[in-house]
Structure formats: structure tokens, C-alpha cells
Design a protein around this ligand. Structure first.
Ligand SMILES: Nc1ncnc2c1ncn2[C@@H]1O[C@H](COP(=O)(O)OP(=O)(O)O)[C@@H](O)[C@H]1O
Ligand SMILES: [Mg+2]
Length: 326
């Protein structure tokens, strides 16, 4: 079988709700997505659309007041049915995550080298010497200068970019099948952002890891991903190969995200913004959640929720007009 086409993780009808004293608030409302081996898959959407809670549900890191239903099939096992100790075995070894804010995801009181080592200690039986050489190797691979010296540093002694390289080292040191990178470059300046993106591409090329790359920034998604899911208000509203998404976007929300991208020639001019804002998870609309912000909306959109419609073999859009006049 061609390994490029083999599925690694398949999410089916995932719903995530938060229990409150009055009711359950749904942050994710039945999403399905698939990541194949060695693929870099993007999830894009504005802040509050449910990207992070989706990632945390795969890692089983959501708080106790959460209700998660659906199926997350990872190499043949449903992650949602695992016990806590089984989850801990997989987390950090088979699936790992890089967060936006490495200052809060790293332990401020532990030397950074030790933090990479810790993951090896949990998941391998290597002895001290082998682990140390592995850690130094990884630090070198992710572009950290002078690994021996950097090993001894604490997170606050490193720059944001260096800290993110540490977080990436922790994530890759056990050679996981899947890396979930949640806005890994959002807190970094543009030059460092480009370096970290290149590093993630390199890791994907040189190891067998698939990557789920989460960002609110479609420009960044375009640079690294082969396939993209566009998320809006807890739903997948479009799925397409990255290039198709840009050349032939099918959903008005995707069109808005593309229009909002800063362009070289419009430097200094005011940026386009999609009017209105992402609905709160407490909002209960019957129709399309994007309707209040949509330039193409008509009566039906206020009352009915559109299905995902296939407009090409690998292109799906959740809009009544998709494949037609749009
Ligand atoms: N622990 C929680 N309890 C209640 N609501 C939450 C919790 N975590 C996230 N939410 C809500 O779920 C929605 C999706 O959040 P999130 O996944 O962080 O969005 P994104 O990552 O796309 O910006 C938001 O409205 C957020 O306020
Ligand atoms: Mg987020």
C-alpha cells in the first residue's frame, strides 16, 4: 500500500461541550477530519472557532467539565475510549503537541534540557548517557546553538524563538506519528516565524511524522499545509487541498479570510476585515452560523443549516451556494 495515502488519524462527528450549571455549551459541533501518514494538514479559522479545543480533545487534555462524543480513530484505536494511563502512554510518544505560548507550556523551574529528557525518561528505557546524547542531538537538529550550554538554561533565559525550538524538541524527541502544532508561530516575529515554519517542514520531510498545523492565519497555513480544513463556529465549513482553497475558495468565510490577508501592494492601506464577529458558543442559531456576516446570504440561510456539499472530488463546502454562483 502507498503509505502516503494511509490514514493516520480519522475524526468522526466530534462534538465538544462544556457543562455549565444551566446547560451544555457546544464549542465543537460534529466535525470530521482525516490526517494521512506524512501529511501536513491545516486547521484555520478566527479565534474562538474551536481549533484549540479540537486539538486538546485529541490529546485528551480537556478539563473535567467537558463532554466529548464521536470517534477519534488513531492507528486503529479510538482515543476517546482510552483510560487515563493508556492516554498518558500515547501522549508525548505517539502524539505530541506544540502550543502557542512556550513560556507557559514549559516548566519555568526546570532546565530546558531536562524537560526534553523527561519525555525520553517516560517513554523509553534508554540509560542516562544515551538519553543525554539523544537530547543534544535533537537540540542540534532543531537549530539550538551550543546544545551543551543551552541544556542548562531555564525557559526565561531564552528568546521566544529558542523556547519554541525547545517545545518542538520535547514534541519530537520520541519520534511521534503525529505532531499537533497549535499556533506555534503566532507569538513570534516574522523572521523567527519563518524559521520555525521551515523547521516544521524539515521535521515532516525527515521523519515520518504527520503534522496538524493550527492557525488563524491563512497565509501561514498556505506555506506549510497540503490540505486545509476551514473551521467556523465549531463546524468545518470547507475542506480542500491548500492550492484549491486559494485559487477556488468555495465558502464565503474562506473568501473573507483570503481577502483579509495582508498584500504587498496594499502596504500602508487599511486591511480588509470580515464584518461582525465569531458568534459566542452560547448563541443558538438555527441557520448558517456565518449568515449574519455573509455578503451572499438569503432567506434560506437564516432558517436552515447547510450540509457539507462535495463540489469536487476532494473539495467540500458547507454553503447552499457552493458550486453554483460562488
Ligand atoms: N474550558 C472551557 N470552558 C468553557 N468554554 C470554553 C473552554 N475552553 C474553550 N471554551 C470556549 O470554546 C470556544 C472555542 O475555543 P478555542 O478552541 O480556544 O478556539 P480557537 O482555538 O479556535 O481560538 C470559545 O468560545 C471558548 O471560549
Ligand atoms: Mg486557539
Amino acid at each position: 500500500m502507498n503509505c502516503e495515502n494511509e490514514s493516520l488519524i480519522e475524526i468522526k462527528d466530534l462534538k465538544i461541550g462544556f457543562k455549565t450549571p444551566e446547560k451544555i455549551l457546544h464549542a465543537v459541533k460534529g466535525i470530521s477530519l482525516e490526517v494521512r501518514k506524512r501529511e501536513i494538514v491545516g486547521i484555520v479559522g478566527e479565534s474562538g472557532c474551536g481549533k484549540t479545543v479540537t486539538a486538546l480533545s485529541i490529546m485528551r487534555l480537556l478539563p473535567d467539565n467537558t463532554i466529548v462524543t464521536g470517534n477519534i480513530n488513531f492507528s486503529g484505536i479510538n482515543l476517546l475510549s482510552l483510560k487515563e494511563d493508556e492516554t498518558r502512554e500515547i501522549r508525548g510518544r505517539d502524539i505530541s503537541m506544540v502550543f502557542q505560548d512556550s513560556l507557559s507550556s514549559l516548566n519555568p523551574l526546570m532546565k530546558v534540557g531536562r524537560q526534553i529528557d523527561e519525555n525520553l525518561m517516560i517513554h523509553t528505557s534508554l540509560d542516562n548517557r544515551d538519553r543525554l546524547s539523544e537530547v543534544l542531538d535533537i537540540m542540534d537538529k532543531v537549530g539550538l546553538p551550543d546544545p551543551e550550554q543551552t541544556y542548562e538554561k531555564y525557559p526565561h533565559e531564552l528568546s521566544g524563538g529558542m523556547r519554541q525550538r525547545i517545545a518542538i524538541s520535547i514534541a519530537i524527541v520520541c519520534n511521534p506519528d503525529l505532531i499537533i502544532a497549535d499556533e506555534p508561530t503566532t507569538a513570534l516575529d516574522v523572521t523567527v516565524q519563518a524559521q520555525i515554519l521551515e523547521l516544521l517542514r524539515k521535521i515532516n520531510r525527515e521523519s515520518n511524522s504527520s503534522i496538524v498545523f493550527i492557525s488563524h492565519n491563512l497565509g501561514v497555513i498556505r506555506e506549510v499545509c497540503s490540505k486545509v480544513y476551514v473551521m467556523y463556529a465549531g463546524h468545518i465549513v470547507e475542506r480542500a487541498p491548500a492550492e484549491t482553497l486559494f485559487t477556488n475558495p468555495g465558502h464565503p468565510y474562506t473568501m473573507g479570510l483570503i481577502k483579509a490577508l495582508p498584500k504587498l501592494e496594499s502596504k500602508g492601506k487599511e486591511l480588509f476585515d470580515i464584518r461582525g464577529r465569531v458568534p459566542s458558543i452560547a448563541d443558538l442559531t438555527q441557520g448558517c452560523p456565518f449568515e449574519p456576516r455573509c455578503d451572499y446570504s438569503f432567506e434560506r440561510c437564516k432558517k436552515e443549516f447547510p450540509d457539507l456539499k462535495k463540489i469536487d472530488s476532494d473539495h467540500e463546502v458547507r454553503c447552499f451556494l457552493a458550486g453554483g454562483i460562488l
